[in-house]
Design a protein around this ligand. Structure first.
Ligand SMILES: N[C@@H](CCC(=O)N[C@@H](CS)C(=O)NCC(=O)O)C(=O)O
Length: 302
């Protein structure tokens, strides 16, 4: 199998999910550092326009969105499952952690940090469509309330003394619950004081941190593009019957339905209830498959 290549930047909380997932599984992976804002010239050939962080590349297969990245890691490396047993509802947990928990955390990260460089602030004002920047400072008390209400849920989940969310071993659910706290710790020091009352959460955070990121080595962006050229993209699982009436080979476009909704165009190779795959061709990569989760992405004929 081709090596794992994560395109990300160190401060990205969503990328921390992927890094921890690889840590939990004890995987070796290459790290390609990408810019925090557009343009991202070495990433675009791989994604076709999807700009969010992180993206996982395996040969000529490119996986967008952490909900798909975590699933794909489990599919390829089943030995230490992120979602053991019956994974359905633990996967659904990301709908809560990516929105109800992450969004107030992101607002606090922007509102309590006066040192964010202007280009990043300007970019995020457009990108985070869920955030009202005109009311950002005055919304801080509300955002604290929302953020800490989620921390309270975690404290209650750990109240019987277990070490991790679903028992004595960490799993994907822990990663989903942890990444907004990881972001908070890195972005606004005030969180330390606010978490004083959450003893179990603070102890669990330390156990999460100890998981680490597996075996990481740096890779130049040009080398990742060269890897994509070396491999043939997989034929895909085919297009299942779907409400949109789409067929294999249709020219389609795909975009997230939340924020950063830049459409990606390509030929539809696979579509099922879990994911969809576009085949594209770029001079920098040759033929390539770009994969998206089905949930949270709109697909339509171009
Ligand atoms: N649903 C996406 C969300 C990813 C996301 O919003 N990532 C942030 C960084 S943590 C981002 O893309 N920021 C803008 C950028 O990197 O260009 C996922 O789960 O991967």
């Amino acid at each position: 199998m081709a090596e794992l290549i994560l395109h990300h930047f160190d401060a990205s909380p969503f990328a921390e999910k992927a890094r921890l997932a690889m840590g939990l599984k004890g995987l070796s992976w290459h790290s390609v550092d990408i810019p925090m804002v557009m343009p991202k010239p070495d990433l675009m050939p791989l994604t076709g326009g999807y700009r969010k962080t992180p993206v996982l590349q395996i040969g000529a297969e490119v996986y967008c969105d952490t909900s798909l990245i975590l699933r794909e890691l489990d599919r390829r490396f089943p030995a230490r499952p992120l979602f053991p047993g019956a994974p359905g509802l633990s996967l659904a947990l990301s709908a809560w952690s990516d929105k109800t928990f992450f969004e107030p955390g992101a607002a606090l990260s922007m509102g309590l940090n006066d040192e964010i460089p202007d280009p990043i602030l300007a970019d995020r004002k457009d990108f985070f469509e869920f955030m009202d920047f005109s009311q950002l400072k005055s919304s801080m008390p509300h955002m604290w309330g929302q953020f800490l209400a989620q921390v309270q849920l975690l404290e209650e989940e750990l109240s019987d003394g277990r070490d991790f969310m679903f028992g004595d071993q960490p799993c994907g659910a822990d990663i989903l619950c942890y990444f907004p706290l990881w972001m908070a710790r890195g972005n606004f020091p005030q969180v330390g004081e606010r978490l004083q009352d959450f003893d179990r959460v603070r102890a669990w955070e330390q156990r999460m941190q100890a998981i680490g990121h597996g075996d990481r080595s740096e890779m130049a962006p040009a080398d990742a593009l060269a890897v994509a050229r070396l491999y043939e993209p997989a034929p895909g699982d085919g297009v299942f019957a779907n409400e949109e009436g789409l067929k294999q080979g249709d020219r389609v476009q795909v975009a997230p339905t939340d924020y950063g909704a830049v459409p990606v165009s390509g030929s539809l190779m696979a579509l099922n209830h879990r994911q969809l795959t576009l085949r594209r061709e770029e001079s920098a990569t040759g033929p390539i498959n770009t994969h998206f989760p089905r949930s949270g992405y709109r697909v339509s004929k171009t």
